[in-house]
Design a binder for this molecule. Structure first.
Ligand SMILES: *Cc1c(COP(=O)(O)O)cnc(C)c1O
Length: 316
């Protein structure tokens, strides 16, 4: 790994023919410290957003101690690089073997679920363990999110109370979680979801130890300028204070994008220009999957060394 002042310095020094990933650890540290200091609860990093070991270590050093893992591969990865991290297996659909290995070999105690079937799987795979922290995922709207994840998972409101009661019977600690979808453009998304949490707690009348508001915290992209994150935290804190739960209940969140969006950028070479179209040396089957397949617009900046040809590109 080399250190450079900025992207242009890389272009000048290397004149790269291959795409290069540029890392900005200070940006990830800053984002992590922001959550650690301002979110009044635990912030779990959603590892799937960027599972790179160097980033995991950067976030750990900045105070992120809990990690939301979605597969056994992520469990192994985080245990290897951050042996003291607390792992929370928050994918609501897991194989029985993955649950067993996570519990028995990697000390994972926290699991999410959204069905009775999954609850039974967790009980079987952990041999009826009595030290489980189980979070019931409820289905909430993702209408405020630019990238919907919400409708895919989560127990239906008509099943939630029953599932909470059943989970309470086997869990040492009971949580409720949700995901409003990624890049939620307004804090109202969380306020609306918290109303579902309230309704579920009231209907089931169970003691809830954890309320986990999931991910979805936005970053800034071209054409998408969300309100400041403090506003999201304020709405969430206020809703949490109003829930019918005990004083000792914990508030959690699971930011992915918000912790890693500014960590990495990609330096590509323009190989050819055809009118307003640029042909670059990375793409849909490389690092630009989201740009190509879901039309995500990333911020772009021209980095041109003094000696490069094709000055007519200045207008790009
Ligand atoms: C992807 C995911 C996250 C992170 O979402 P962001 O929008 O990147 O913050 C958090 N929790 C769960 C369960 C996820 O699947």
């Amino acid at each position: 790994m080399h250190e450079y002042l900025d992207a242009l310095a890389v272009v000048r020094a290397q004149r790269p023919d291959e795409p290069i990933t540029l890392l900005r650890p200070h940006a990830a540290s800053r984002a992590a410290r922001f959550f650690v200091e301002k979110f009044q609860g635990k912030s779990l990093y959603a590892v799937k957003a960027n599972p790179s070991p160097a980033l995991l270590e950067t976030l750990w050093d900045a105070g992120i101690t809990h990690y939301d893992v979605a597969s056994l591969g992520e469990v192994r990865l985080v245990s290897k690089f951050l042996p003291d991290a607390k792992l929370c297996f928050m994918h609501p659909v897991k194989s029985e073997r993955a649950i067993a290995q996570a519990y028995h070999n990697h000390n994972v105690r926290t699991f999410s679920l959204d069905s009775h079937e999954e609850l039974e799987k967790i009980v079987r795979a952990t041999d009826g363990a009595t030290d489980l922290e189980l979070c019931v995922r409820i289905r909430v709207s993702s209408e405020h999110a630019k990238l919907s994840l919400a409708s895919k998972f989560g127990a239906d409101p008509s099943e939630v109370a029953d599932l909470l009661v059943a989970t309470r019977q086997v869990a040492d600690s009971l949580g409720i979680c949700f995901h409003v979808g990624s890049q939620a453009m307004t804090p109202a998304a969380y306020a609306e979801a918290m109303e579902h949490v309230r309704a579920a707690i009231v209907e089931a009348s169970v003691t809830v130890d954890i309320v986990d508001v999931g991910g979805g915290f936005p970053s800034v992209y071209p054409g998408m300028e969300p309100p400041a994150l403090e506003g999201y935290f304020e709405v969430i804190h206020n809703c949490f204070e109003d829930l019918p739960i005990s004083y000792s209940a914990e508030l959690w969140c699971e930011p992915g994008r918000a912790l890693c969006a500014e960590y990495a950028s990609l330096l590509v070479k323009v190989e050819k220009r055809r009118g307003q179209e640029l042909f670059i040396n990375d793409g849909a089957y490389g690092s630009l999957f989201d740009a190509a397949h879901i039309g995500w617009r990333f911020p772009v900046a021209l980095q041109r060394s003094d000696t490069s040809i094709g000055t007519q590109m200045a207008e790009f």
